[in-house]
Design a protein around this ligand. Structure first.
Ligand SMILES: Nc1ncnc2c1ncn2[C@@H]1O[C@H](COP(=O)(O)OP(=O)(O)OP(=O)(O)O)[C@@H](O)[C@H]1O
Ligand SMILES: [Mg+2]
Length: 251
């Protein structure tokens, strides 16, 4: 469903993505990890056709993203790192932002559709609220509901759980897996949250120095991973331990 071949992106003289070959099969959930500034968001933006790679190829569901970005984007949902909501639009209008144009639904059906998308992320009944009235976690979930409104076959999530409490994180992890199990959605998930990554991923990719330093089973992370990867995992686990106190125990 997703394929990059020798995907390279430079900003000025700086190579941020260096010949990345990554394939994600139908219904697979692949997580992308790596240090801050390591090119994770850039990778998602190239796959979504929002920026053009310096060289290489990108395909989504067999469609060349560089040649035919509109067609490639049709069945692709992207959840942005900052929730990227329109602050002057209600939650409902944010969710319906794209759907209003292409769905062909009437006003009452659109209302129902928005409510259905919000229910998927556990936000039923919030359609009339404005983004300023939402918590960070709710904003993220509205961003996911908006992406789901495109009825995507492929979802790209940029740090969907960063900054969320453990319960909301767990709900979003469940949602990512649920969408795969029920609708066959293929997902590429950028995450710093090691426990999330291990909970949801079929495979893990690790970006280091612009290259794909690791791509494999979460279980192989310890044995085949690089020092930088193990360091990141250790740091994340230590931080989680310090932050969680007792509440992490039952998860
Ligand atoms: N439009 C742009 N113009 C110039 N440089 C950019 C642009 N977008 C990203 N970069 C640079 O590319 C590098 C990778 O950025 P990117 O946002 O992809 O990292 P990231 O892995 O998502 O980091 P984080 O974990 O902090 O979100 C950074 O050095 C960034 O400054
Ligand atoms: Mg990023």
């Amino acid at each position: 469903m997703i394929r990059t071949e020798a995907l390279t992106k430079r900003f000025g003289g700086r190579t941020v993505l260096d010949s990345i070959d990554l394939s994600v099969g139908a219904g697979e959930i692949v997580s992308v990890m790596g240090g801050s500034g390591g090119g994770k968001t850039t990778l998602l933006r190239c796959i979504a056709g929002l920026i053009e790679p310096t060289s290489g190829r990108v395909e989504v569901d067999g469609v060349d993203v560089i040649q035919r970005p509109d067609e490639a984007r049709r069945h692709l949902g992207m959840v942005f790192q900052s929730a990227a909501l329109f602050d002057y639009l209600s939650v409902k209008e944010n969710v319906l932002f794209g759907a209003r144009r292409w769905s062909g639904l009437g006003p009452r059906e659109l209302d129902r559709f928005a409510e259905e998308m919000l229910a998927l992320v556990g936000l039923e009944g919030t359609g009339a609220l404005m983004p300023a009235e939402l918590s960070g976690g709710m904003r993220k979930r509205v961003g996911i509901a908006r992406a789901l409104a495109a009825r995507p076959r492929v979802m790209l999530y940029d740090e969907p759980t960063t900054g969320l409490d453990p319960v909301t994180t767990y709900q979003i992890d469940r949602l990512i897996v649920d969408l795969r199990d029920r609708l066959g959605v293929t997902s590429l998930v950028v995450s710093h949250d090691v426990s999330s990554v291990f909970r949801v991923s079929d495979r893990v990719a690790f970006l280091e120095g612009g290259r794909l330093a690791f791509l494999g089973d979460p279980d192989e992370f310890e044995s085949r991973g690089t020092d930088a990867m193990r360091e990141l995992v250790r740091k994340a686990e230590a931080r989680r331990f310090l932050e969680s106190g007792d509440e992490g125990a039952g998860r």
